[in-house]
Design a protein around this ligand. Structure first.
Ligand code: FAD
Length: 413
């Protein structure tokens, strides 16, 4: 497969049709680029649970024309908070409802990952029905002065001007570009479950979006899918190693055992989880890369900056990346062709606009879990609470954030 195109239009290969890869595809399509997205899965399945879609992420989605669709599918919690997991005492109260929109120009919402993924995939497919190529698992890549070639395990290959590795935290593209960054098991195991709300007691769960914290564990829950489902994510300090990934089946009993001495509402919720809706996975950590672009290839989303989930910002960072990448490329292509040496400069502009912010969020996510799982959380100090809002992350708008006019140094390769 080749696909070089003429004019100031780049032919861009994206590896991975997750939320980052699809958003990058849409953002690049909207600036007139030709995009092909190669995804290893043979079909999109309804995998995953809840995602926080905060103001910074919604700014990016609204810029791409998806603001209304996402808001219609998402839940807007009225209240947020941090709760002592043993006593049920509210330690920190967050103002949600209409307040975030008044403060940041977009609301704080939460939704099922599969619903957001579906909205993005539909939008990309409407622009170009040929853009999404499933059943294409990247095996290797190579580049020269004029092009980059991706080879897939099914024997196909694709040639383009630029390649974006959006293939998640275990990125093959990252390993090809920057080998030797092995992940470390963090000592945290995570569970996710989706509980039908009609199985739970009719009494309202307050605050409707909350994280319950306590020694060596935490439990976050909020509603998704128009309030039909309660999304729960539990984290436990665990010396035992568990595989990384999203879909390792677990049992309700195993999860219950970790929260036996918690406030009764936790076990009430967990007990109502359908047997096939409880999954676990090990959390692995990687240090931020010193750079993530090499010539005609760059990384985006979890491939570039995998992070622990304790600030709920992984998908937001991927969407911010995608909007900035498209803006950087559009600004360069307005002047020259992607196939000149200036094409890779756009990738460096993108990386340099994003590296500091994403590295900060990687570190802040590590710090957050140390506070949540502290051996004694009874004295948890609201003044020291550092969630995504307190860290100032919500006020970023990728559609208007400044980007460098030129890269700070010349492209490698
Ligand atoms: P990802 O979402 O990980 O997407 C990477 C994509 O690349 C995947 O579609 C993967 O199949 C594809 N890929 C990987 N390797 C190759 C290869 N060699 N060739 C071609 N394609 C490849 N976050 C939550 O907060 N809650 C959830 O419940 C949740 N569920 C998830 C379920 C799944 C199946 C996945 C993949 C991710 C899930 N996430 C969840 C993570 C969250 O979506 C991401 O952290 C975030 O959106 C960043 O997205 P990304 O596109 O950078 O990476």
């Amino acid at each position: 497969m080749t696909g070089k195109v003429a004019g100031n239009v780049a032919d861009i290969i994206i590896i991975g049709a997750g939320i980052g890869g699809l958003t990058a595809a849409l953002a690049l399509q909207r600036t007139g680029q030709r995009v092909r997205v190669f995804e290893r899965a043979a079909a999109f399945a309804e995998v995953g649970a809840g995602l926080t879609v905060g103001p910074n992420m919604l700014h990016g989605l609204a810029h791409l024309g998806l603001g209304e669709a996402v808001r219609a599918a998402a839940m807007t919690p009225e209240h947020g908070g941090v709760i002592d997991i043993a006593t049920g005492e509210l330690l920190v109260a967050n103002t949600r409802g209409r307040i975030p929109e008044q403060r940041y120009g977009q609301p704080y919402t939460q939704m099922h990952r599969a619903e957001l993924h579906g909205i993005l995939a539909d939008a990309v497919g409407r622009n170009d029905p040929e853009a999404l190529q499933l059943d294409h698992c990247l095996a290797s890549l190579s580049q020269d002065a004029c092009s980059v070639t991706a080879r897939f395990t099914n024997g196909n290959s694709a040639c383009g001007d630029l390649l974006i590795g959006a293939d998640g935290s275990r990125s093959v593209v990252r390993d090809a570009l920057f080998p030797g960054h092995a992940p470390r098991f963090t000592g945290y195991v995570a569970w996710r479950c989706l509980v039908p709300m009609d199985r739970l007691p009719a009494t309202p769960i307050y605050p409707d979006s909350a994280i319950m914290i306590g020694p060596h564990r935490s439990f976050a829950r909020y509603r998704v899918s128009h309030g039909r489902l309660l999304n729960c994510t539990a984290f436990v300090d665990s010396p035992g190693w568990t595989d990384e990934g999203w879909s390792i089946p677990s049992s309700v009993e195993e999860l219950l055992a970790h929260f036996a001495d918690s406030a009764p509402i936790v076990s009430e919720i967990v007990r109502q989880t359908p047997a096939d809706a409880c999954f676990k996975w090990g959390l692995f950590d990687r240090d931020p890369l010193p750079c993530w672009t090499d010539g005609r290839v760059t990384l985006l989303g979890d491939a570039a900056h995998p992070m622990l989930p304790f600030l709920g910002q992984g998908a937001a960072m991927a969407i911010e990346d995608a909007v900035i990448l498209a803006r950087a490329l559009a600004s360069v292509l307005a002047r020259v062709l992607a196939s000149t040496p200036e094409g890779p400069a756009a990738l460096l502009i993108y990386e340099q606009a994003r590296r500091e912010r994403t590295s900060f969020v990687v570190q802040a996510s590590r710090d957050a879990v140390r506070e949540f799982h502290a051996p004694d959380t009874r004295g948890y100090d609201p003044a020291r609470h550092r969630d995504a809002e307190a860290l100032g992350l919500f006020s970023y708008n990728p559609a208007t954030a400044p980007i460098p006019a030129q890269p700070f140094h010349q492209p490698r390769g």
